[in-house]
Ligand binder design. Structure first.
Ligand SMILES: *Cc1c(COP(=O)(O)O)cnc(C)c1O
Length: 381
């Protein structure tokens, strides 16, 4: 078990990351991807969970292709995994080709300008350098247009200046299997592939893997599902929870009927109540929008085997929970309450906060004890 600098006993909140569950998710997605190879999106510090232990565990589970957003994320990952294939999704930053080449990073090129710059650098460098070609098939975010892709293929000088190791595109609506844009993008992508025979192709993110065989191609790029997010919204989550955030009880107090709790006195006790104050707040990544909500019932935390409602405002360092329903002995100073984890899945908590699992994870703070566990079976099973 690895840990960061803050000892558990001195942390208000504890973030435990189950690398065994991560590896199990990787294997499950690999199986689901069928003949396609499974890579991993580890951008944003592996969605906030810590890229070094996460990427190492994925490598040990057999993952060889990694996707980062920024070139410096690629540099960090290269220092950890000397042999990994690393694609930089934000493309080639102007004037930075040497940085990419020096770190063995493959830019996912998104414009003809970038292709020209990568080819020109390769010619000076002495060889065509590896890269992905990212074509936009309908999300209208990053990528060459289909016309620009055709232009690239018809320009022999340009084409021979780069070593295309991957043709990729990104789905806009993969989390909604009935959205018509999925089929449109799949069709366009298959047509692109035919123009570039023999080059591996990649279309699917986490949810894309669950859309069926027309989407998986040669290489999949799951992110959120590796980290426990549900790739099949509306259906049961097939993934294991990877992150568990717990708040430590700092104090338990008796509150009389009619008394209020927290800033702005937003919650009034409907009966005499016992309130546990946890040492976790928005600085620790607990969304302030979990503050006691009226519509659709309150947000909850899981403590001593029961879900208990959040009451009052989430503050910077603290939050309050109504534990009246629990035996007194079950919530005392030092008790830990689960805020996200196996009993409170990230999609559910994100929904309470009006956001998505991605944002919830990537906004986790840095002030807790971080525990990494579950690496005992590396390489096995
Ligand atoms: C972030 C990202 C992914 C991973 O997406 P998930 O929905 O987290 O699986 C894949 N491809 C691209 C281009 C991305 O930006």
């Amino acid at each position: 078990m690895m840990t960061n600098a803050i000892p558990t006993g001195l942390a208000g909140a504890v973030l435990s990351i189950d690398l065994g569950a991560l590896q199990s998710n990787y294997r499950a997605l690999s199986r689901k991807a069928g003949k396609a190879v499974c890579g991993a999106a580890v951008k944003g510090n592996a969605y906030g969970l810590g890229v070094n232990p996460i990427a190492k565990a994925l490598w040990d589970a057999g993952c060889r292709h990694f996707f980062v957003a920024r070139p410096v994320e690629g540099e960090d990952l290269r220092a950890l995994l000397p042999e990994a294939v690393i694609y930089v999704l934000d493309g080639l930053f102007p004037g930075q080709a040497e940085f990419y080449a020096g770190n063995g990073l493959c830019p996912a090129l998104i414009s003809l300008d970038e292709v020209r710059e990568w080819a020109a650098f390769g010619r000076r460098y002495g060889r065509a350098l590896p890269c992905a070609i990212h074509v936009d098939t309908g999300i209208n975010r990053l990528g060459l247009t289909i016309e620009e892709f055709d232009e690239l293929l018809s320009d022999d000088f340009l084409r021979s200046g780069i070593d295309i190791t991957l043709l990729m595109s990104h789905l806009a609506c993969a989390d909604d299997p009935h959205h018509p844009l999925n089929k449109t993008q799949a069709k366009r992508f298959s047509a692109l592939r035919k123009k570039l025979p023999g080059i591996p192709a990649s279309l699917a993110n986490s949810s894309g893997i669950f859309l069926g065989k027309c989407y998986t191609h040669d290489l999949c790029r799951p992110g959120i599902a590796l980290y426990g997010g549900n790739p099949t919204p509306g259906r049961k989550n097939p993934m294991k929870a990877v992150a568990k955030l717990e708040g430590t009880v700092l104090q338990v107090r008796e509150v009389k009927k009619g008394d209020t709790v927290g800033y702005s006195a937003t919650w009034k006790a409907p009966r005499d109540s016992r309130i546990a104050i946890l040492g976790a707040g928005y600085k620790d990544g607990v969304p302030r929008h979990l503050s006691s909500r009226q519509k659709d019932g309150p947000a909850q935390v899981f403590v001593a085997g029961k879900r208990c409602p959040v009451v009052g405002r989430i503050s910077m360092d603290m939050m309050a929970v109504d534990v009246t329903a629990l035996p007194v002995s079950k919530t005392v100073r030092g008790t830990r309450a689960e805020i996200i984890g196996p009993h409170l899945l990230i999609d559910e908590v994100a929904g309470w906060a009006g956001t998505i699992s991605y944002e919830l994870l990537t906004r986790l703070g840095s002030r807790y004890a971080r525990l990494y566990s579950g690496t005992a079976n590396l390489g096995k099973s």
